[in-house]
Design a protein around this ligand. Sequence first.
Ligand SMILES: Cc1cc2nc3c(=O)[nH]c(=O)nc-3n(C[C@H](O)[C@H](O)[C@H](O)COP(=O)(O)O)c2cc1C
Length: 304
Amino acid sequence: MKIVICYFSGTGNTHKIADCFAQAFRERQHDVAVYSMDEFAFAKKLPQELTEQIEQCDLLGMGYPVYAFNAPPVALQFAKILPRLPKNKKTFIFNCSGEPLKLNNISSLKLCGILKRRRFEVTNEYHYCMPYNIIFRHSEEMAVRMWQTAQNLIPLDATEILSGQKHLLEKVRCGGTIAWVMRCEQWGGRLNGRMYSVNKNCVHCGKCVNDCPTHNIRITEKGKFKFGGKCLMCMRCAHLCPKNAIRIGMFNGWKVNGPYAFSAKNEEEKQRYNKMLTKAYDAYFSEAEERIASASSNGNKSNT
Ligand SMILES: Cc1cc2nc3c(=O)[nH]c(=O)nc-3n(C[C@H](O)[C@H](O)[C@H](O)COP(=O)(O)O)c2cc1C
């Protein structure tokens, strides 16, 4: 089977999930191509080669991080430039978010609508909890647990997709309206993006300029930083800045600087993790662990 996976990832979490899906499919002897949507951010057209790959594949996967209970504009724009197909193509969606809220399930509504009009039929949807890149920093302990849980779930989800069993996430009532209202985050983000600035820690390494998916950051001849109006609020610049030099406008108090190591373990981290373990996370992990345990006792990890 030919599988194409396209994902957008601000700070790397969705990228990890996309690679994990690719590995799971490859282990089941399928041919997988993975594309980042970065280079197609706000593009009017997909390159011919990718269009052909998508037209010819048997299964399309699309992944994104949840932003204010929605898919990021890059993912929506990407869907809009997909080819219109003569017949339905099986498609699955995966997303990740900082919290295991039911409300996050509405994030795919608009994307599914766009995909449906192009005859990409979304039959399977999966959500994974991954650490926050804004609002607050999860402990490394929690990040490790989230990532391990996703790594254990993805092979089961890949098997489910290949077996043809449908899996759609349950949506809350009035989800479409809530998502529509929350999409104000997208223009709010562009406005706030203009308020970004750098502090004296900046060493002009240019990482943020090179990394920005919308090329929204430039350094003038006089060495001043200019932040334009195309910010996605993806947090890549501020999260990955090695000098923690970027201020994220009005939301600076929510900045989470520094990538997660997905490995460290120490007592202080454990304490922080224990305090953080709210009921919602508890439910997410115990549901996932139950599914993983029952799959391994049924020998459900079989290749499809
Ligand atoms: C602008 C913005 C909005 C977000 N909104 C939500 C949200 O509505 N719900 C949630 O649980 N997490 C939310 N998050 C957290 C991200 O979805 C989460 O950190 C995700 O793992 C980031 O994935 P990435 O590394 O692929 O960008 C938001 C993050 C950003 C930057």
